[in-house]
Design a protein around this ligand. Structure first.
Ligand SMILES: CC(C)(COP(=O)([O-])OP(=O)([O-])OC[C@H]1O[C@@H](n2cnc3c(N)ncnc32)[C@H](O)[C@@H]1OP(=O)([O-])[O-])[C@@H](O)C(=O)NCCC(=O)NCCSC(=O)C[C@@](C)(O)CC(=O)[O-]
Ligand SMILES: NC(=O)C1=CN([C@@H]2O[C@H](COP(=O)(O)OP(=O)(O)OC[C@H]3O[C@@H](n4cnc5c(N)ncnc54)[C@H](OP(=O)(O)O)[C@@H]3O)[C@@H](O)[C@H]2O)C=CC1
Length: 429
């Protein structure tokens, strides 16, 4: 990829955008047309993916542009129904690339499997007996899934917790075994679930208790991805607002989210506006990512911001994000849904670790996009202007009428379906 900076991409027609993409990314016309125009997910494939299929459900697939992450150019496929998200991500990526781009890193991709044991005659003894058998339990887990070991991953460690030990606890005692598994480029749910189910009988034998749940934990706090950006204030100036004013507004917005869960939830929704579309476009499990991200935002006891924004000693705006990111470049639907394969090739992603880092960079950009708008003109100006086309369609506009009605809604500063219906009726007369 030469550059992800493609000015005015949004002014082109969909066909022109596809043509440009073919040139930039070296895709054959047939490949792209097959995926985008001809049925991208066939009913036959869909019928094999889930149950009781009657069809497929489509979402718009747009491209987040201008992303520079660790010095590499990325065009980011985003599958989302909400207007202004893709524009906003591209807008901030354009600013951040002028400041050197996003810097990212990630931990090893260690996922956690849980085994719940109830009714141990002595929980402390059971815990010690399991720890004494640690090596053989890990060996048994790996024997249940040798291919992940051959790929350089597999179970590497375990630990034990006893829950509800206090005598006044509302619930009964239970022992929980955590097994830590490097799942390489897979999200790893099936790998982990196979392992925990395989070792459960051995755990029962050792603890003399009864095993109930054996399942992956979506609180993937050992599979983290991080992104950071440092932006000189002059790059943030907009309209009548100086860069310093925008920077300070963003920092105040962060402090609001950190101080108030009512604001933190909305703030974090804005972050997931960027994260979910990439997770969906790559065929990953967005429920797993959502659950993990919100739990991580509560890890200090109260629900807070998934990002951090502050002013550094040189007056720059610094943004940081760290989230669990249990995504894969293999497994699940990543290699089944044709558009997921296309999305991974558009980004030229080589590993799950790389994908995780790009995703959190998009989340950080999206958060700044929303905060910059909120701290200056307000969200309605940019967001509703772009949403006006959906409002026109909802009111019954079609074809060339859509843009005409949308423009009138913006002009008259009344972007709502009732008004659009009136305009559609007038247009038809
Ligand atoms: C919408 C913008 C970007 C306009 O912002 P602007 O300053 O008018 O943009 P611009 O015309 O100066 O263009 C700057 C760049 O933005 C991109 N861009 C600009 N327009 C387009 C377009 N039509 N299509 C595609 N890309 C577009 C494009 O990259 C362009 O560069 P160029 O290529 O021209 O050199 C800005 O107003 C914005 O970012 N607003 C925020 C939008 C947002 O956050 N939407 C999310 C929905 S609201 C929500 O759900 C979350 C929230 C808000 O509640 C979260 C929270 O509370 O924290
Ligand atoms: N709580 C949750 O989140 C749950 C989620 N799920 C679902 O599980 C699915 C994800 O499970 P997952 O185990 O990732 O997927 P899969 O079992 O579909 O795929 C993983 C397999 O891909 C193969 N593989 C090929 N190349 C690599 C590589 N480089 N690194 C790692 N593995 C590779 C491996 O098999 P081999 O070595 O044999 O080739 C590996 O076992 C998702 O669909 C998710 O929705 C399911 C249950 C619970």
């Amino acid at each position: 990829m030469k550059s992800s900076r493609i000015p005015g991409f949004y002014n082109l027609s969909v066909e022109q955008r596809r043509d440009l993409l073919k040139n930039v990314l070296d895709f054959s016309s047939e490949d792209l047309d097959d995926l985008c125009i001809n049925q991208p997910l066939s009913t036959e494939t869909a019928d094999k993916m889930i149950e009781n299929v009657i069809g497929t459900f489509q979402l718009p697939l747009g491209l987040g542009l201008n992303f520079l992450v660790n010095g590499k150019e990325y065009v980011i496929p985003m599958a989302i129904e909400e207007a202004s998200v893709v524009a906003s991500a591209s807008h901030i990526a354009k600013i951040v690339r002028s400041a050197g781009g996003f810097q990212t890193n990630a931990t090893e991709r260690i996922m956690i499997g849980q085994i719940q044991v109830i009714g141990c005659p002595n929980y402390q003894v059971a815990k010690q007996d399991l720890l004494d058998q640690k090596e053989s339990l890990i060996k048994a887990a790996n024997a249940a899934y040798p291919s992940i070991v051959n790929r350089g991953g597999g179970a590497g460690d375990l630990d034990i917790r006893i829950l509800n030990e206090e005598s006044n606890s509302k619930y009964g005692q239970m022992l929980v075994l955590h097994i830590y598994v490097d799942t390489r480029d897979a999200m790893g749910a099936n790998i982990i679930n196979t392992m925990v189910e395989a070792i459960a009988p051995i755990v029962e034998e050792i603890t003399k208790g009864k095993v109930y749940l054996r399942i992956l934990s979506n609180f993937a706090d050992k599979c983290l991805a991080r992104a950071r950006c440092v932006i000189p204030p002059d790059l943030l100036a907009t309209g009548d607002y100086s860069g310093e004013e925008v920077r300070d507004g963003v920092v105040h917005a962060y402090e609001f989210a950190e101080s108030d869960p009512y604001r933190a939830v909305t703030h974090n929704k804005g972050i997931m506006n960027g994260i979910d579309p990439v997770v969906i476009a790559t065929g990953n499990d967005w429920r797993a990512v959502e659950a993990g991200a919100h739990a991580y935002a509560s890890r200090h006891g109260s629900y807070g911001s998934m990002t951090k924004w502050f002013k550094d000693e040189n007056g720059n705006l610094v943004g940081e994000i760290e989230l669990p990111m249990s995504v894969g470049t293999v497994g699940g639907a990543t290699r089944v849904h044709p558009l997921a394969k296309l999305s991974l090739s558009i980004m030229d992603i080589k590993s799950a670790k790389e994908l995780a880092q790009v995703i959190v960079a998009v989340g950080l950009a999206q958060n700044l996009g929303a905060l910059k708008a909120l701290a200056t003109d307000g969200i309605q100006k940019g967001h509703m202007a772009l949403h006006s086309r959906s409002v026109a369609i909802a009111a019954g506009a079609s074809g060339e009428m859509i843009d005409i009605i949308a423009e009138k809604l913006i002009e008259q500063k009344e972007i709502r379906v009732g008004k659009a219906k009136e305009l559609v009726e007038m247009y038809k007369k």
